[in-house]
Design a protein around this ligand. Structure first.
Ligand SMILES: [Zn+2]
Ligand SMILES: [Zn+2]
Length: 141
């Protein structure tokens, strides 16, 4: 007791903006970190990097850190397929396949979290698909 218990390691201090309160950088192209955590509906990765604007129109954009990977493209195709009407047996098989792809790529699934966001404030990632121009083998355009 009596010692100063303030955390010592503050080198990775990042300013987090609360999107729900509406005060955050809002010029097109601004990039900042949010108090909210965004989860990818495809691979379940988490990020709190927010990009204003972008190719899909102006606004708060969050991009899955794995969205330019081909395994992610394949996974997204299957997740989209699952949303369409299919016989139950087909859907069940598809669900299993999706689970397997997620498991297989778990080690490669990167999160992109900086600072200490509030994990209770969870929202969906807006941009789940992007393309890496260096990835010449990609056929998912
Ligand atoms: Zn993802
Ligand atoms: Zn691809």
């Amino acid at each position: 007791m009596g010692t100063d218990t303030k955390p010592v390691n503050k080198s990775d201090k990042v300013k987090l903006y609360d999107i729900d309160r509406g005060s955050y950088p809002s010029n097109r192209g601004d990039v900042f970190r949010s108090l909210q955590v965004f989860e990818c509906g495809i691979c379940k990765a988490l990020t709190n990097e927010v990009v204003m604007g972008g190719s899909m129109g102006y606004g708060v954009r969050t991009i899955c850190p794995n969205s330019s990977e081909c395994w992610h493209h394949e996974l997204e195709d299957k997740v989209e397929l699952l949303e369409q009407p299919h016989p139950k047996a087909y859907k069940d098989a598809l669900k299993k396949e999706i689970d397997q792809i997620r498991k297989k790529n778990k080690a490669k699934t990167k999160n992109d979290i900086k600072g200490e966001p509030d994990s209770k404030l969870k929202d969906d990632i807006t941009n789940t698909r992007s393309f890496d121009p260096d990835n010449k083998k990609c056929t998912h355009y």
